[in-house]
Write a protein that binds this ligand. Structure first.
Ligand SMILES: CC(C)(COP(=O)(O)OP(=O)(O)OC[C@H]1O[C@@H](n2cnc3c(N)ncnc32)[C@H](O)[C@@H]1OP(=O)(O)O)[C@@H](O)C(=O)NCCC(=O)NCCS
Length: 254
């Protein structure tokens, strides 16, 4: 019975469903899970996934990628199920024309609906939950041999690239990951992903820890309607959240 499920930890069941309040009007709930402790539970947790998700996992070439995909989707279901008061396997997703997932059965306009976004890297999955569909999250971690300057020059606005020329060698990669996650979080929030050129807007104030988006096109703006937040669960890991809520507060939930 659905009502008899609850979760004391991501992969454990207990006897009663806890109910978590949805984020209030200026909040984003942020969840971050490290994969490693849950790798042994992959086959059991894959039962929570839909047939389509299982097929997507099966198409992934490498076993570690498949495990991360399954854990990411099981965890996202777990997070959302606690707000909805249902079993994780009963969470239903729809997707926008551009591939952004949303929760089926939620009414209201784009900016009033219960929204979420997820991102995964090699070590972590991160889920952001907000009172709007216009939320995006990105997590990136250090990769050996990353051509940070080359990518920045090619994809970022000239003003953003100019900052790199003021940085010491060891500052380049951390700054690159910070700005990249901010920009990807925004393009995920608007649902267009990397089909939206990253040089069409700017993320500024990152060195002072006062990140802001500027130059947002009128279709998505004004800039003052958006909040951009960053955090680091570990030294080499960068997370950014972009949400169309002014002065948003990030509540770390997991
Ligand atoms: C969306 C995108 C930015 C994700 O980049 P990534 O660094 O590989 O992945 P992340 O881990 O940060 O995020 C992946 C998750 O974002 C979500 N997502 C997928 N498409 C999305 C979109 N358009 N907008 C926001 N979120 C999206 C999914 O939940 C996805 O998880 P899954 O792949 O496990 O199902 C990238 O895949 C992209 O730009 N895709 C192109 C979108 C596009 O061209 N659309 C036009 C087609 S009409």
């Amino acid at each position: 019975m659905m009502d008899e499920f609850a979760w004391t930890a991501f992969d454990r069941e207990s006897t009663k469903t806890p109910s978590i309040e949805r984020p209030s009007q200026n909040q984003v709930h942020l969840y971050c899970l490290e994969f490693a402790p849950y790798l042994e539970a992959v086959s059991r947790l894959s039962e929570w996934l839909s047939e389509e998700e299982r097929q997507r996992a099966a198409r992934l070439r490498f076993a570690d990628g498949r495990d991360r995909f399954i854990l990411s989707h099981a965890y996202t279901r777990f997070v959302l199920a606690r707000y909805l008061g249902i079993h994780p396997r009963d969470v239903e997703f729809g997707t926008s024309e551009t591939g952004k997932p949303w929760v089926v059965g939620e009414s209201g306009g784009m900016e009033e609906r219960f929204g979420f976004n997820l991102s995964h890297c090699k070590t972590y999955v991160v889920v952001a939950v907000a009172p709007t569909l216009l939320v995006g999250v990105d997590v990136e971690e250090h990769r050996p041999n990353m051509d940070a300057l080359g990518i920045a020059k090619r994809y970022f606005a000239p003003e953003e690239f100019a900052v790199f020329e003021t940085l010491a060698e060891e500052e380049i990669e951390p700054y690159f990951l910070k700005i990249w996650t901010c920009k990807e979080a925004f393009v995920k929030a608007i649902g267009l992903g990397l089909s939206y050129s990253l040089n069409r807007f700017q993320a500024i104030g990152l060195q002072d820890n006062r990140p802001e988006l500027i130059g947002i096109e009128p279709d998505y703006g004004p800039s003052s309607a958006w909040s951009l937040r960053t955090c680091r669960p570990a030294q080499e890991v960068h997370i950014a959240i972009a949400v169309r809520l002014p002065n948003a507060a990030i509540v770390q939930c997991g």
